[in-house]
Design a protein around this ligand. Structure first.
Ligand code: BES
Ligand code: MN
Ligand code: MN
Length: 472
């Protein structure tokens, strides 16, 4: 049972009975550890799919089904009220990132709890998936409930909620390719990104692409005593570090030949418009505890993390990492390396360029193996269409100020695929904040954001239907 004692109701956050129920349901959902990456959670992932199906059924969605795949299931729902009205396809994911490292959580990741923070005086729910994407996706189910109860539903709705987003959406792609008729719609609506701040709403107009690699450097055929062999044998960890260090130059540009060939360059006007969005560098540094930012020369902090491609090591391991000291030259060293890509970069091509380059800079005395994990293309949402306008007016209605279009740095590889396969654009109405700690320990999602989302989403339907010429 959720305790509301910790909820402060002094900041416009008096909850109705319905809102209390939404909160309770959301917190129950968060108890299911639907970690898609780890096969030991397979049953929990399946249970989360059932939970989503039941949630759709409970709010009166007329047709719901669970579609098994060779990976985790897809939950599909359909509520078609009038063929003359436009159809909105809601996409979201019920899978979550692994909660590790567990010891860095202040409360267990699958025991949701409401706590207040300086940014969230009304409270925020802390749990893995609170924001990404269980909380944000659930707002759509509750928005549907609200519209249905009010009798204000003005569009047909389809829900497609997957369980493999955090591991590359491998099986959703086939499902979409084989079910184009079923998925026919006028727009795809997604809440799986963020906004600038609680005071300043924004609509994500871009996602970066991704190319995810894993490399292994092999030296001697066994681990060696570093006294007997040290100095005469290439140490794979030393070599891997040297190789990684060569992947950027002193201007922090990526040195892979051809890497920047197709990179979309923004016009001075577009860059100037970006620079106008509110941003406080000191606050940015303080929020993550760093003294100075670091990135590609000649680009602003916000450009570096949205419109420019990057290369980062996500993990590196090898040799002895246990207690105490062990003198050893390891046989192997490994790293997981990902690149965030921007429009016009082809992730398959970039993966090949990386692979060839990484092999080519290997010194004598080691062999290098490079594997591609997964990837995806970047995406840009145009702003000159009815769907974007509908989103714009929805935020204007509920925040009282116009939302700013804002390119994001994260990736949702299935979004460009939707456009290719279905020919439909996605509108990214994210209500998260950078401070929500998605993918990190202590992930949370503000009650303000959650309820603001539930309030704003119905406005999108209303405006979208009206802008499509319907008198509602
Ligand atoms: N919801 C995120 C993506 C996101 C978050 C975009 C915030 C913009 C702002 C999504 O669940 C995610 O984590 N995507 C992965 C890619 C995927 C292939 C694992 C990512 O961006 O690392
Ligand atoms: Mn997500
Ligand atoms: Mn994610």
């Amino acid at each position: 049972m959720v305790s509301f004692v910790s909820l402060r109701n002094d900041l416009n956050m008096t909850l109705t009975n319905d809102q209390k129920r939404y909160l309770e349901e959301w917190m129950n959902f968060l108890k299911i550890p639907s970690v898609s990456a780890d096969p030991s959670y397979k049953k929990d992932v399946a249970q989360a799919a059932e939970w989503v199906k039941d949630a759709l059924e409970n709010v009166g969605c007329v047709h719901t089904e669970i579609i098994p795949t060779n990976g985790h299931p897809i939950v599909y729902g359909e509520h078609l009220i009038d063929p003359k009205l436009p159809t909105v396809l809601v996409y979201g994911h019920y899978d979550v990132q692994p909660p590790d490292p567990l010891e860095l959580w202040d409360s267990p990741p699958f025991e949701p709890i409401i706590k207040t923070t300086p940014l969230h005086p009304e409270g925020a729910v802390f749990a893995r998936g609170a924001c990404d994407d269980k909380g944000q996706m659930f707002m759509h189910i509750k928005a549907f409930e609200v519209m249905k109860k009010k009798g204000s539903l003005s569009c047909n709705i389809k829900f497609m909620i997957e369980g493999e987003e955090e591991v590359g959406s491998d099986h959703l792609e086939d499902f979409v390719k084989n079910n184009k008729q079923k998925l026919t719609c006028d727009v795809i609506l997604i809440s799986d990104t963020g906004m600038i701040s609680r005071e300043q709403p924004s609509i994500s107009t871009g996602l970066r692409g991704l190319s995810y690699m894993e490399v292994t450097v092999t030296g001697p055929n066994r681990d060696l005593h570093s006294g007997l062999y040290g100095g005469a044998v290439a140490n794979p960890i030393n070599v891997l570090c040297e190789m990684i260090a060569q992947l950027h130059d002193d201007k922090k540009r990526i040195t892979i030949p051809g890497f920047y060939d197709n990179v979309e360059a923004l016009s001075e006007n577009e860059r100037a418009a970006m620079a106008e969005a509110p941003f406080d560098l000191e606050e940015f540094k303080n929020s993550i505890g760093i003294k100075e930012v670091s990135g590609e020369a000649s680009y602003s902090n916000e450009e570096r993390r949205t419109i420019r491609p990057t290369l980062d090591v996500n993990g590196i391991w090898g040799g002895y990492i246990g207690e105490g000291a062990k003198t050893v030259i390891p046989s192997k060293a490994h790293a997981k390396i990902s690149m965030r890509l921007v429009p016009n970069q082809d992730w398959n091509e970039i993966s090949k360029l990386f692979s060839n380059h990484f092999q080519s800079i290997a010194p004598e005395g080691v062999t290098v193996d490079v594997q591609t994990h997964h990837g995806g293309y970047a995406y840009v949402t145009p702003t000159d269409n009815i769907a974007y306008q509908a989103a714009h007016h929805a935020y204007l209605d509920t925040f009282g100020i116009p939302p700013i279009p804002s390119r994001g740095g994260g990736s949702i590889p299935i979004v460009p695929m939707f456009e290719n396969e279905l020919g439909v654009k996605s509108i990214l109405m994210g209500f998260g904040l950078d401070s929500d700690a998605i993918h990190s320990p202590n992930e949370h999602y503000g009650l303000f954001n959650f309820f603001k989302g539930i309030e704003t989403i119905p406005k999108f339907y209303e405006h979208f239907s009206k802008l499509n010429g319907n008198n509602i």
